[in-house]
Write a new protein. Structure first.
Length: 388
């Protein structure tokens, strides 16, 4: 298949592009390098050094003989987005290209507005481009489990059958997200569902859990193929951050009681799920939702697992929760559709943690310890992350 990976320079987009290429698909990536820019803004960088996109692609070509096309541009630029689709003529578009950190979106008004404009307008341009260039293109869109929040009922895969005053209907599952970033994903989901219903587009919304891990079968072939590994309190996902804290001998920083339960997924399963979604497209007019997670764990359980597996002493520190979220709640998620398509999950295991510890140990001298402490507070309108 011809598959276009938007956000192909990012943490997940790059390994996904490699995996799809390895599976024999013709792949191109697009990116505006916004993610590298956030690092300059925040004064942090990926723990694992990453090469330029062009170098990575050249290394992949040398190793495998496979070419990956590159489009450098911004999805919020409609002309760029249309031209790219007309030029590459994809059968599937995998859309990772959004600002994806909840704390970044909660810094202040400027960052909240940027996040929603970048994400919602970029996706709108893409929907219009698909609508006008080729309605057969299957959109595979990265959403997040955070769209749902933590309702008192089981979280279904995108849709809910309800009975109300004796009548029944199938409605989009109600969403109650916890940040302006997560809200941008909810807005995207509604816009995508609308275009499936009105224009007959086909789309899969992958409501993904928190991703952990840094290596896939393809990225380990050469150091220059490495994907980024973020550990700072703005972009670092929680397990990656705990691993670094353990390696540095710092306490693992659990926000509040740590009773918050979250869906999690190994990066190797992310790339496989996207492959499965592309190779088994939604029907024309169908808005399909998969809950892309493999396990649910509380933040305290994640910290306990790291403590148990780390060969050394680990302390756990409970900080005042900078976020506004329930710390004890019901959480039961249905996630069978990707398993039905053939996903065999990697579960968070001692082995994985050991391999993550090795990555963290190798680059420990690059860690900026002050970047690990949370600075963005959900209750404030302006957090002191920025000078401006
Ligand atoms: P990332 O920031 O590393 O990658 C996103 C890429 O998109 C970056 O390279 C960035 O430069 C690019 N980008 C952003 N806006 C763009 C625009 N307007 N035009 C072109 N390129 C643009 O993030 P990631 O961790 O790889 O996440 C990818 C996707 O998966 C995101 O949509 C995110 O919401 C979703 N997701 C991630 C996680 C996770 O744990 N990392 C969990 C759930 C969902």
């Amino acid at each position: 298949m011809r598959i276009l990976v938007l956000g192909g320079d990012g943490y997940l987009g790059w390994p996904t592009a490699l995996h799809l290429s390895q599976c024999g698909h013709q792949v191109a990536v697009a990116d505006n390098f916004a993610r590298r820019q956030y690092d300059f803004e925040l004064g942090v960088e990926s723990l694992v050094p990453i090469e330029s996109l062009q170098t990575r692609i050249a290394v992949w070509k040398d190793l495998t003989g496979e070419s990956i096309g590159v489009y450098v541009g911004d999805l919020t630029d409609a002309d760029f987005t249309y031209e790219m689709l007309r030029d590459f003529r994809p059968e599937a578009v995998v859309h990772f290209a959004e600002q994806r950190a909840a704390p970044y979106s909660m810094i202040d008004r400027k960052h909240a507005v940027y996040t929603q404009v970048n994400n919602v307008v970029g996706t709108m341009n893409l929907l219009y481009a698909i609508g006008e260039v080729d309605r057969d293109i299957h959109l595979v869109k990265l959403g997040t489990m955070g769209e749902y929040g933590t309702p008192e009922i089981d979280i279904e895969e995108g849709w809910l059958e309800i009975e109300h005053k004796g009548r029944t209907d199938r409605v989009l599952f109600p969403k109650r997200p916890g940040s302006f970033y997560h809200l941008s994903k909810v807005h995207d989901s509604h816009n995508i569902e609308f275009t499936c219903r009105i224009w007959g587009l086909r789309a899969t919304d992958l409501n993904q859990g928190v991703v952990y891990g840094q290596q896939t079968a393809e990225t380990v072939l050469d150091d220059r193929l490495a994907t980024r590994f973020d550990y700072d309190a703005v972009f670092g996902t929680v397990l990656n951050r705990f691993v670094i804290q353990a390696v540095l001998g710092h306490p693992l920083t659990v926000y509040g009681t740590g009773g918050q339960r979250r869906g999690i997924i190994d990066i190797r399963d992310t790339v496989r799920c996207v492959q499965l979604a592309c190779e088994n497209p939604a029907d024309r007019g169908e808005f399909r939702v998969f809950n892309q997670m493999t396990e649910a764990m509380s933040i305290q359980e994640l910290a306990d697992t790291v403590e148990r597996c780390f060969p050394g002493a680990v302390e756990i520190e409970h900080l005042d929760n900078p976020r506004v979220e329930l710390e004890e709640h019901y959480y039961n998620v249905v996630h069978t559709r990707l398993l039905d398509l053939g996903l065999t999950p990697h579960l968070l295991s001692d082995t994985l943690i050991t391999s993550l510890f090795d990555v963290a140990k190798r680059y420990a001298d690059r860690v900026q310890p002050e970047a690990l402490r949370p600075k963005v507070n959900w209750r404030d309108h302006a957090s002191p992350v920025q000078e401006t």
